[in-house]
Design a protein around this ligand. Structure first.
Ligand code: SF4
Length: 227
């Protein structure tokens, strides 16, 4: 029998759940908003919240309604709660902010399409900013990507929480295709070497930046040895 709670997040009351709607980079469409509103109204969802990760949470759904809520939201519902990439946070970027130098929203959408719901050893949060003002909180995300006039800067191993850590700057002035390639290589390395539930901040503290450089970064042709 199918587990209708899969993908739903049990709330503190121990009997109701939250369901997330997919909105990479905080981007939504009128159709998604209408679907969320119709679902919330139909099932009398008591609370709808924009999360800190720029997702839409429908909160307070009884277990008996979960299957129908997931069916109504269809592919717009997030169906995974285990360790994976939790969100793809983004600032408005070059098209919508006068300070923007890179297309952060476009990159968030690309990364979400590549990695949505793919499992990893620990949860991962991605923050993308269109310029060094860093409104996408890139410095304190597992993968932080920040635009500047020469391209993208990529950081890895950032975290907020109770033991905050700035991500290590791994490369600068990357093209968008180089960012996609480096993210893919980093995630593969993390997938292989991280311990279960080990977040990237603790992972980097354990393995050290020097090891990541010698194992991976020094072998990548578009990253200069002198960083
Ligand atoms: S990070 Fe830069 S581009 Fe993005 S919203 Fe902030 S100022 Fe604008």
């Amino acid at each position: 029998m199918a587990d209708h709670t899969e993908g739903a997040i049990l709330q503190r009351d121990g009997r109701t759940y939250a369901v997330m709607a997919r909105s990479p980079g905080g981007l939504v469409t009128p159709e998604l908003l209408e679907k969320v509103a119709a679902t919330a109204r139909k099932y009398r969802v008591p609370k709808v919240k924009i999360t800190s990760g720029q997702r839409i949470a429908l909160i307070g759904i009884p277990a008996d309604d979960l299957a129908a809520v997931f069916e109504d939201l269809g592919p717009d519902a997030v169906r995974r709660t285990g360790p994976c990439i939790r969100y793809f946070q983004s600032c408005p970027g070059i098209e919508n902010c006068r300070n923007g130098t890179q297309d952060s929203l476009g990159l968030a959408t690309m990364l979400e399409s590549l990695y949505r719901e793919k499992p990893f050893p620990g949860k991962i949060k991605i923050g993308i900013s269109g310029c060094p003002r860093c409104c996408g909180e890139s410095r304190t995300r597992d993968i932080g990507i920040m635009g500047n006039a020469g391209g993208w800067t990529l950081l890895f191993g950032g975290n907020s929480g109770t033991r905050p850590r700035f991500g290590d700057v791994l490369a600068k002035n990357l093209s968008t295709s180089e960012v996609l390639d480096l993210v893919s290589r980093l995630l593969e390395y993390y997938q292989i070497h991280a311990q279960p539930k080990e977040r990237t901040a603790r992972f980097m503290e354990r393995i050290t930046l020097e090891t990541l450089q010698s194992d991976l970064l020094n072998l990548i042709p578009y990253i200069p040895l002198e960083r």
